[in-house]
Ligand binder design. Structure first.
Ligand code: ZN
Length: 879
């Protein structure tokens, strides 16, 4: 907590560490109330660093120092200084051993950084700067050491004691205590350290690597959750095989462990050999978890596993390079999910996510480059830009190089930088060196914030058969970056003939003939023209196929062209995108005038898509899902909260009424009760039938509501149960209340299912939702100390219920600000993240602007604001 204004840290100030730590020997005497940590560090001066004043400055926060010695000699108080953020030792030798003993207090640690208590277990979270809450250290990622960790604890209370690496010793001690020692042979930065102590049980399996080594796999959970680990284990083995095949990466230790923890600030953490997970991303049974949950588990398990090479073996030089590991690892987990599931549906989901979170971030007051150049609190930079846009930037390089050269480049990266702490620039250099391409301009994607806007003008000359696309790019200013250089933008295009078939893409000046399909144009100037030759008639362009770059296209396509693309484009992504643009136009027309007629050909296209028995059902469900209320708001000059909500209801109702028969038929044809399987076809079938049921329910169709009630009662899988519950709750009345009570009665013993019960209420558009949310905060199952509960209730209300959170009376804003202030001293990371729901206040009308600004100002005025909340609030107000 700060009294003075927290200060920013700048990339340009990076200096190599003056000291290095080669080896760490830790001994923990574990107790939730008071844990003792003894550390022995082998330190030496860094030959690569310029010499400073000779002092050694170690990070350390909230540590009670009990003993400190250099080379075995205890120091006198005059030989060191302890301050708020660490410890300074004057005039130390060039090479020496440092011993410290500190006391820490896990049970009081509500920030969930460092060593903390979750239920009956003890666990750690060290990324980004949590290790300094465990012991005095050079807590920065470019200091890599080998670790030996001894854990001592009461054997009955904590029978399982885990840390990174391999177990090397285990024995009983006096007084009912026992000891375990772990050694991690791979040098790592401190943020990858982890320990776990608890009464846990493991599901065990094994994996034989490509080179024939056996790896023991263990997933540790509380005993009653042992029946919810199968999917996680299957996902892990798939991910391990895939990384060998696709990237040539083999696992390197003899044991790989995952632990599920119920108090966790983020999704999961890639600690070396000991991944620690939010239990939400481990535990699943068909009756407790939805398809979305199964999907999330598969990708997060893969993501953390993939970090073993992209993050752990090769790590970040400093936290400005966070996207080096996160962007690349997200790209890898996206590709994994595409390969083991459905590539087209995966891409649509990823772009939906990018548009919902990253584009708004990139045009708001918290906009920052993929490689930021300053931060106040690094925890605020685990963002959609660093993760999702970072993945797009890797994807563009992969596509520019093509599969063979990209593989050559990643091989080079792994070989050249294994064991090092490096930068995004080092990554790009590997791409250049392996391919011979010059990516100098491309590097701007890491340096410039903001989303380029593309506008395209077409011209066709019937006499010469020439068709040209003139493309302009413009990137609006972002905080601290008023002027932007043009980006290097790959633009994948196709041209459709009148029959809907792809035409050959012969560019003027091509020496060889070109095949029909997709061609990548490279835009490097602010304005550039591309001319195709040999066309008999004006084609319909299919631009940005597969979403080749994180840009916004200002499309001028006519509704007819969009309908044509939706029906014929050989690129599934663009069929979806055309449908989205069309629906967006209809919805915005309804915002202007709720009585506006919807064109007949829209219903015809919708019905035709629905009745196409051949089509991929998951893809179809995506095509027929309208853009969200939040996304529509992003497309307006001023967000019309109520108009958008009304338009959404009107569109849903009219589709439900007009296409009643087709929707009912689709619902019935896809409603089955065969045993649950998490297979792409089944997932698609459930998505489609629940979408159909949703449209019918919006129309208030009695048969549909009866079907929802029946589905709620009969379904054995959580996907169908939740879909039905949502419809019943949103429809309101007795049936909704009864369903909620019944659901809670059935699942009150499963916290992750109770989260769904909270969310479905928090996201309901019913008028009394805020009252409900406030009442639920008093429920016995709710706790501000558990981030999953906070996200499920408060986060869901503020981020996934635009019409109620942004109610014009400002009560939603006051509610959020109150929660931020309550969470600020408890868990600053979560408090700051919640506050982000209000940072785009300038996008709303004057009344709402004033209300939000006042709440943010009230937060800024509060005493003892954390650096986390201070940074978000002050940047939100723009000072
Ligand atoms: Zn990650």
């Amino acid at each position: 907590m700060y009294r003075d204004t927290p200060h920013a840290i700048h990339l340009k100030d990076y200096r190599p560490p003056e000291f290095l730590i080669d080896a760490v020997d830790l001994r923990f005497d574990l107790d939730p109330e008071r844990t003792t940590v003894e550390a022995k560090l082998a330190l030496r001066r860094n030959p690569a660093a310029t010499r400073g004043d000779g002092d050694l400055r170690l990070h350390g926060e909230q540590l009670d120092l009990e003993r400190i010695a250099v080379n075995g000699h205890p120091l006198t108080p005059s030989e060191y200084e302890v301050h708020q953020e660490g410890l300074t030792l004057h005039r130390v030798p060039d090479q020496f051993g440092l011993e410290t003993r500190v006391r820490i207090h896990p049970s009081l640690n509500t920030a969930l950084e460092g060593l903390y208590q979750s239920g009956e277990m003890l666990c750690t979270q060290c990324e980004a700067e949590g290790f300094r809450r465990i012991t005095y250290f050079l807590d920065r990622p470019d200091v890599m050491a080998t670790y030996s960790t001894t854990l001592v604890a009461d054997k009955r209370r904590f029978p399982v004691l885990l840390s990174n690496g391999n177990p090397v010793e285990s024995r009983d001690l006096d007084g009912g205590r026992h000891l375990m020692r772990w050694e991690d042979p791979f040098p790592k930065p401190s943020y990858l350290f982890a320990l776990i102590a608890g009464d846990l049980k493991a599901v065990e399996d094994s994996f034989s690597t490509a080179s024939g080594r056996e790896v023991a796999l263990k997933i540790y959970v509380e005993p009653h959750n042992l029946d919810k680990c199968d999917h996680a284990m299957r996902s892990l083995k798939k991910a391990m095989r895939w990384d060998e095949e696709r990237f040539g990466r083999e696992y390197d230790l003899d044991i790989f462990m995952i632990v599920a923890v119920s108090h966790f600030n983020m999704g999961a953490m890639e600690n070396k050999g000991l991944n620690v997970f939010n239990d939400k991303f481990v535990l699943a049974r068909p009756d407790t978890a939805t398809d979305v949950d199964f999907d999330g588990i598969e990708s997060v398990i893969a993501h953390e596993y993939f970090h073993n090479w992209t993050g752990n073996r090769i790590t970040c030089r400093d936290w400005f390079q966070l996207s080096l590991k996160e962007g690349f690892t997200v790209y890898r987990d996206q590709e994994f999910s595409a390969d083991v599931g459905s590539r087209g549906v995966k891409r649509i989901g990823d772009v939906r996510l990018l548009r919902a979170h990253q584009l708004p971030e990139d045009e708001g007051p918290l906009a920052h480059p993929v490689r930021p150049d300053s931060y106040i609190e690094i925890n605020n930079f685990y963002t959609a830009t660093v993760y999702q846009k970072g993945a797009e930037v890797v994807r563009m390089q992969a596509n520019l190089l093509g599969p063979e050269l990209f593989r050559k480049a990643t091989d080079l990266y792994f070989e050249r930088h294994d064991g090092q702490a490096v930068t995004t620039d080092d990554f790009v250099r590997c791409m250049e060196d392996a391919s011979g391409r010059d990516l100098e301009q491309f590097r701007l994607w890491y340096q410039q914030a903001g989303t380029p806007e593309l506008s395209v003008q077409e011209a066709f000359d019937a006499d010469s058969g020439r068709y040209s696309l003139s493309v302009r790019q413009h990137t609006p200013p972002t905080p601290g970056q008023p002027l932007k250089e043009p980006f290097h933008i790959p633009i994948a295009v196709g041209l459709l003939g009148q029959d809907g078939e792809d035409l050959p893409l012969q560019l003027e000046g091509d020496t060889t003939p070109s095949a029909p399909g997709t061609r990548v144009l490279e835009l490097t100037n602010s304005e550039q023209s591309f001319t195709f030759v040999g066309l008999e008639a004006k084609p319909v362009p299919s631009l940005l196929r597969g979403f080749p770059a994180p840009v916004k296209l200002k499309t001028e396509a006519s509704d007819d062209d969009l309908l044509f693309l939706m029906a014929h484009d050989s690129d599934g992504f663009n069929r979806w995108d055309a449908a989205q643009t069309l629906m967006q136009r209809l919805l915005l027309a309804l915002v202007d005038d709720a009585e506006a007629e919807l064109p007949e050909r829209f219903f015809a296209a919708f019905e035709q898509a629905l009745m196409d028995a051949q089509s991929d059902k998951a893809l179809l469900a995506e095509v027929l899902t309208p853009p969200s209320e939040g996304y529509l708001g992003d497309q307006m000059a001023v967000v019309d909260v109520d108009g958008i909500h009304r338009a959404h209801s009107v569109l849903g109702r009219r589709v439900g009424e007009r296409l009643r028969d087709a929707l009912l038929e689709v619902y019935r044809a896809n409603d089955g009760s065969e045993p649950y399987a998490f297979m792409p076809d089944d997932v698609g079938r459930r998505a489609l039938k629940n979408l159909a049921l949703g449209y019918l329910a919006k129309a208030g169709d009695a048969e549909a509501l009866a079907a929802a009630q029946a589905q709620f009662e009969a379904a054995r899988n959580m996907t169908d149960v939740m879909a039905a519950l949502r419809l019943l709750v949103d429809h309101g009345g007795e049936a909704g209340t009864r369903a909620l009570d019944h659901f809670y009665g059935r699942w009150s013993g499963e916290p992750l299912v109770v989260d769904k019960w909270l969310s479905v209420q928090a996201t309901s558009p019913r008028e009394d939702t805020l009252e409900r949310v406030i009442a639920l905060m008093g429920h016995a199952d709710f706790s501000l100390r558990n981030p999953n509960r906070v996200r499920s209730l408060i986060g869901a209300f503020c981020n996934a219920n635009q019409v109620r959170f942004h109610a014009s009376d400002g009560r939603g804003y006051r509610f959020l600000a109150d929660r931020v202030l309550e969470l600020n001293p408890l868990n600053p990371q979560i408090a700051a993240r919640l506050l982000k729901a209000m940072v785009r206040w300038r996008r709303f009308d004057a009344g709402r602007q004033a209300l939000m600004r006042a709440e943010i100002a009230r937060i800024l005025d509060a005493e003892a604001l954390s650096a986390d909340v201070y940074e978000v609030a002050s940047k939100a107000l723009g000072d």
